[in-house]
Write a new protein. Sequence first.
Length: 126
Amino acid sequence: MKFLKTAKYLTGTVLFSFLLTACDSSQILSSNEPFDPALASQLQPEDAHLSAIYNRSCKACHTIANTGAPLTGDSYSWDSRMDKGMDELLDNVINGFGGMPPFGMCMDCDPEQFEALITFMAAPAE
């Protein structure tokens, strides 16, 4: 009797595992289209001064997927960060966070410039 109960349990577990492997997890986790990392390197702020800051301080990390930084234009990756609020994001930039150095490599930037850069990078690529 105990053998039959164990066999039913194992059969159910194997069947459930098989059904899970047939699922496409990308469809479950997100309905968004995958972001093309090559697009990140093509985006530039419209403001020339902001663009110069972005090119020297942000672009090196926010256009390369392997850095772990959220890519410019990948709004899906930025959503959870933006949900924290701009004050916390500014604190992360100014004090450094994870792999990002303090001031994001822009020692002469002010909080308004950081906010404009964050807003630019978090906006969906068009």
